[in-house]
Design a protein around this ligand. Sequence first.
Ligand code: PMP
Length: 405
Amino acid sequence: MSISDRFAELAQIRESLGTVEADPSRIVMEKILSPTEAIIGNRPTILVGTNNYLGLTFDSGVLEAASAAMHEQGSGTTGSRMANGSFAGHAALERAFAEFYGVPSAMIFSTGYQTNLGLLMAILRPGDKVVLDSHSHACIYDGCRISGADFLAFRHNDPEDLRKRLRRMGGEAEGALVIAEGLYSMLGDTAPLAELCAVAKEYGAWFMVDEAHSFGVYGERGLGLCESAGILDQVDFITGTFSKSLASLGGFCVSRHPEMQLLRYGSRPYIFTASSSPANIAAAHAALDAIRTRPELKDKLWANANRLHDGLRALGYELASTVSPVIAVRVPSKEGGARLWNELLEQGVYANLVLPPAAPDSAALLRCSLSAAHSFAQIDAILAAFETVGAGAGADRAACAEAGA
Ligand code: PMP
C-alpha cells in the first residue's frame, strides 16, 4: 500500500470541505488579545467558539499562580505521576477536588481525554457491559472500545430508552456501567441526570457522568449538573477537564468510592504519560479557587447566554436547545453552514463550524459558546454580525436551495 493510499480517507475528508473557503481546521489565532478576542487573518475577531466559559485564561490570579509555579518548579515535570512526575501541586489539587466534592477520592490526569480513557480502561474488562448516551464524546467511546467491554448506546437523553436496554440485559444489567455527560457540547442541551441515575440504580448499574462542559457552570457551588440534579451522593464516578472553565490543561476524576485510588496502579493513560506541568496545575488550582469564591463569574456567563440566545431567536435563527452556555444554530445543509461560518469570520466573529458526524441530528451547526468575559457590547456585536450574514433563517434557506438541499 502506497503512502497516498494510506492517507486516502483523510484526503477525502479534506476534499469534502471543498466548499469551505476558509478551512476551520486551518484557523490560526495569530495573536490572542483576551479570552474573547484574537487576531485571525490579520483581523481583530470576537471569539464565540471557545470553551473559556468563565474567561479565566487571562485572570490575574490564574496567571500569577501559573507563572510562580513555573519559575519555582520548572517548565515541565519530565515524568509520569507514577515516577518522578507527582509534585506537591498535583497532590494538593487532588485534595482540593476531593474536598470541593466532599468525597474521599480524586485523581488528576494529564488531559480530560486521558481521564475518561484512564478510568474506563482500568475499570472495565472484556465482556463487561456498558450503556452510554449516543451523543457521548469520542474519548468515552474510545475508552469503552479499548477496554474490550460490550457497549451499546441508549437514545440521547432518553431515560426510557436506557431502561429498555437495561431491562433487555436481564441479570447482566447489575454491575453494568451507565455513562452520560452533563452539558453536551455540540447541541448545548443538558442530560436529565436525576432520571438517568434513578434508572441505572434501579437495575443495580454504576453511573458515571462526564462534567467536562458543566463543571464550574452548573450547580449552586459550581460542581456541575450532578449537583443541580441532587445526585452527588449516588453517582459513582464524575470526570471533568481543566481545558474549559478551569482555563488550563489536565483532567480530574472524583468518586465516592475510596477504591478509585487504586487506578494509580493500573490505569495506562495515567501511568504511561507525563504529568501536567506545574504551570497547568497551578492555573487549574487558582481557577478552582475562583469558582469556589467568585459566583459572580457564573452569573455573568448566564446573563451573556440569555442575551445571545434571545437575540438569535429574535433574528429568526433555529436554535438547537434551551438556554445554556453553548448555543448551537442549526443549519440544514453543510454548504449553508460553511457559508454562514465564512461570512461571520469576515464580519470579525469566530464561531465553531460543526459538520457531521460531529453534528448530531443535523447537517451543520454554528456552535456559539459564551464566556463570562464577554461584554454585553461584544454580544451585541456578535448579534449584529449574525443579522448581517443571515438575515435570519432566510439566507440559510437560500444557501440550501442553491446547494440543492
Ligand atoms: N469530555 C468531553 C465531553 C469533552 O467535550 C472533551 C473535550 N472537548 C473532553 C472530555 C476532553 O477534554 P480535554 O480537552 O481536556 O482532553
